[in-house]
Design a binder for this molecule. Structure first.
Ligand code: ZN
Length: 239
């Protein structure tokens, strides 16, 4: 199914956003991408997103023809709002409230507001974000209710009819690999493993079957566990 429309994909360079890029390229006539620089202590994700963007489009002539402009927006002032593990040298740990110390409060709400402001200017109605509440990392702004509320707030506040798409919302990480395979086959799976980046510590030293990373942080554990289930077979996508 292709909609005669343009989508804006929030592309961080991580596995989930790479899957969203493929999903959008399979459905929309034109796909623009938006990345955010928010004072990460490592720029590896921003390097990865360039590779993911270019190589994903190169998987096929149709996808290449659909890939539109890229936008990188500086939201580095977000880093000043909290001393978190992603934006300073604080150790990654679980806080007393059960949230990882990588949590930047309301980060996705800020990102979606920037995405909508950009989409408004470019007359784009569809916004795609790779949030997921199934393999729940403790980020409340990844929840379906938060995204639905945000869609309503953006539409009321900007007098538009944005549709926020969350193709991964109800998929676990094994199913995300299965979706990547369904969208682009083995080549897309290998591309995502090789070029996307999810590790909280920003490590790209060791190549595991599922990609690069420290192998120990919560993000690496989720990615490795999903890969394991995907490789064992029998992972099914919901209808
Ligand atoms: Zn890691």
């Amino acid at each position: 199914m292709t909609q005669a429309a343009t989508a804006m994909v929030l592309l961080s360079g991580g596995q989930d956003s790479a899957a969203c890029l493929g999903w959008a390229l399979s459905r929309f006539d034109t796909v623009e991408t938006m990345g955010l620089s928010y004072g990460q202590r490592h720029d590896v994700e921003l390097d990865c997103r360039r590779a993911v963007r270019e190589r994903t489009a190169a998987l096929g002539a149709e996808w290449r023809a659909r890939l539109g402009a890229d936008h990188v927006v500086d939201v580095s002032s977000l880093a000043g709002l909290g001393d978190t593990a992603l934006t300073s040298d604080a150790a990654i740990r679980l806080q007393d409230d059960g949230l990882p110390s990588t949590f930047v409060p309301g980060r996705n709400l800020v990102f979606l507001t920037y995405a909508a402001a950009l989409a408004y200017r470019r007359a784009i109605d569809h916004i795609v974000i790779g949030v997921c509440e199934t393999d729940y990392s403790g980020y409340p702004d990844c929840r379906d209710d938060a995204i639905k509320a945000m869609q309503l707030a953006l539409n009321l506040g900007m007098a538009r009819r944005f549709v926020l798409h969350t193709p991964l919302m109800w998929l676990d990480k094994g199913q995300t690999w299965a979706l990547i395979h369904e969208l682009g086959g083995h080549d897309f799976v290998e591309l995502v493993a090789e070029y996307s980046h999810t590790c909280y510590r920003g490590e790209r030293g060791q190549r595991h079957p599922w990609g690069y990373g420290c192998g120990e942080c919560p993000a690496c554990e989720l990615r490795a566990g999903g890969w394991q289930r995907f490789q064992e077979g029998g992972v099914e996508l919901p209808d």
